[in-house]
Design a protein. Structure first.
Length: 251
């Protein structure tokens, strides 16, 4: 039609489309970058904006999360929302799943190494789809802790989605870049990562408790500690569920 741009064949290639997406993301006026910046600098602000109906200037927490989720699962160096078989066996629920795992391996006629190889491939792809289970689990305690703060459950979901996005940015992608650049991989064991996870999430929870829930004083400290504990439990429950779903899908 008259006035419409003619699309050339080279503009329809995957490379051109990918370049277009990347340019949109790194543009200085990008909602994506602005949203991520506020999630790190002022946790809870984006969730508060959406809860109050101001949705024009920022990307939805869920949209920002899925974009980062895509990048993260291309480079799953640090296991946060995905969990290898070794991670599952070393988790608090490891003892509960050993017998079930042994029966599955025997049924498939494989050894542990061969099974772990196919399990790890499968669980990464499933984690992409199931990560919102963690977001839902993390939101449940908030519905009780902040029942009198005039927040709907959907508001808590926005908040925990922002928190999950923060974790992908800081504790997965950011930490991966730092560890890879400085060669610190040998120092990053489960105990060190847990310490980093608790520290960064405590920063997020305290700051966002002030901004999003308007909490102050000693109640802020107490509720922040309870939220950190609930996040650790939610992550373990999520991984527990992920294990069984992965096991079921390996027929």
């Amino acid at each position: 039609m008259c006035g419409e741009k003619v699309i050339l064949p080279r503009e329809r290639t995957f490379k051109t489309i990918l370049n277009g997406i990347l340019m949109a993301l790194i543009n200085t006026d990008s909602k994506f970058l602005k949203t991520l910046w506020y999630m790190v600098r002022k946790p809870g602000f984006v969730s508060r904006e959406f809860a109050n109906g101001r949705t024009v200037k920022y990307l939805k927490p869920a949209s920002a999360f899925f974009i980062l989720n895509l990048f993260y699962f291309f480079f799953p160096v640090i296991q946060l929302f995905n969990a290898s078989l070794k991670t599952q066996l070393n988790a608090p629920h490891g003892r509960l799943i050993k017998e079930i795992l042994a029966r599955k391996i025997a049924h498939m006629g494989m050894n542990l190494d061969s099974f772990a190889f196919i399990y790890n491939i499968k669980t990464v792809s499933l984690a992409k789809m199931m990560v919102m289970v963690f977001v839902f689990l993390a939101a449940l305690p908030l519905n009780l802790l902040y029942a009198k703060r005039n927040r709907f459950f959907n508001d808590h979901l926005h908040y925990t989605t922002e928190l999950a996005t923060f974790n992908l940015l800081v504790n997965a992608l950011g930490l991966t870049i730092v560890v890879s650049t400085l060669g610190l991989g040998k120092y990053l064991n489960e105990e060190v990562f847990t310490g980093i996870f608790i520290t960064t999430n405590l920063y997020f929870v305290i700051r966002s408790g002030i901004v999003f829930y308007n909490e102050k004083g000693w109640l802020l400290i107490v509720k922040s500690a309870l939220i950190i504990l609930s996040l650790i439990v939610a992550l373990e429950v999520y991984r527990f569920i992920l294990f069984f779903v992965t096991l079921y899908m390996l027929n």
